[in-house]
Design a protein around this ligand. Structure first.
Ligand code: PDD
Length: 287
């Protein structure tokens, strides 16, 4: 079955869906995106993702392509048409196609935003075997721009980071700025020490993860101690546990950082418990 994707009001087989070469997403990385997971055919934290999308658009003076209700409808239609049980919905909004290349923003009354959405099917993604062994990360310098709180499609450095990790025999990279970890290439980073969950506080230095917000809320509800502050790679290597969160990986244990084993060298109890709570609670409120 050919995948059905959405582009500017139309549902099309993926081979027939096109965007102009003058689209500012293509020429200028002038676009924002969201990734929403699907479990059991339902959307996880759709409200969180639509609020963050609105914020990203607002920070860039970009017009919303449609209402939240319409966005929800398109998400659901794509899940249905592609028979997605577990997987992800990728959504991208760009400042559209002004018909030529120009650094200045086009007039939003004339140039409409481009909205593209597609599904990625990942049957059984909540039971991914890597969760049982955990993943290895390396540290790299964070050389990204200063507005990482806006979820833009400028993903070249995160892609380079993943390639550096692969080359080093690891799975991912944690980025470091001024001696402290900012975040992973596509996830938020955490350590656990003496029962305390430590993660960097929100600012323009990191993406305000939707999974992060949910996990910290569940952790506090379960009476776990949460400390929002920067931490170093040395502190992480000496921690009892490490993990990361993202919409596509949920809560993922990290067992090695720059070649040093974390704690017992296997997924820790706090990360595994948080993963369990997150999946259980998110499934309950999925729509
Ligand atoms: N990445 N930090 C960065 C830099 C990210 O790219 C992401 C998400 C996160 C976690 O955010 P959330 O919990 O809202 O997914 C943190 C998505 C999944 C991606 O690019 O595929």
């Amino acid at each position: 079955m050919s995948r059905i994707v959405y582009v500017n009001g139309q549902y099309l087989p993926e081979a027939e869906a096109t965007v102009s070469i003058f689209d500012r997403g293509f020429l200028m990385a002038d676009g924002v995106y969201e990734v929403t997971s699907v479990l059991g055919g339902k959307l996880i934290d759709f409200a969180g993702h639509s609020v963050r999308l609105a914020r990203s658009l607002n920070e860039l003076d970009m017009a919303a392509p449609c209402s939240d209700e319409e966005l929800l409808e398109i998400h659901r239609e794509l899940v249905a048409r592609n028979e997605i049980t577990d997987g992800m919905i990728y959504l991208q909004v760009t400042r559209g196609n002004p018909g030529d290349r120009d650094f200045a923003y086009p007039d939003p009354a004339v140039t409409k935003p481009t909205l593209v959405m597609f599904t990625q099917s990942k049957p059984g993604m909540a039971d991914s075997p890597v969760t049982k062994t955990g993943i290895k990360v390396i540290s790299i310098e964070d050389i990204r721009w200063g507005r990482r709180d806006i979820k833009t499609v400028q993903l070249l450095y995160p892609s380079m980071g993943k390639m550096m990790a692969k080359k080093a025999g690891a799975d991912d990279a944690w980025m470091v700025e001024d001696g402290a970890v900012t975040e992973g290439t596509s996830n938020n980073a955490y350590i656990v020490k003496n029962g305390r969950i430590i993660t960097r506080q929100l600012s323009t230095d990191i993406l305000h993860g939707i999974t992060r917000a949910a996990v910290l809320r569940f952790a506090k509800e379960a009476q776990m101690m949460v400390e929002e502050r920067p931490f170093t790679i040395e502190e992480a290597q000496a921690a009892d546990e490490a993990f990361f969160t993202s919409a596509s990986a949920f809560v993922m244990p990290v067992v090695e950082i720059d070649g040093a084993s974390i704690g017992a060298g296997k997924p820790g109890p706090v990360a595994m418990r948080l993963r369990e709570i997150y999946l259980e609670e998110s499934r309950k409120t999925a729509i």
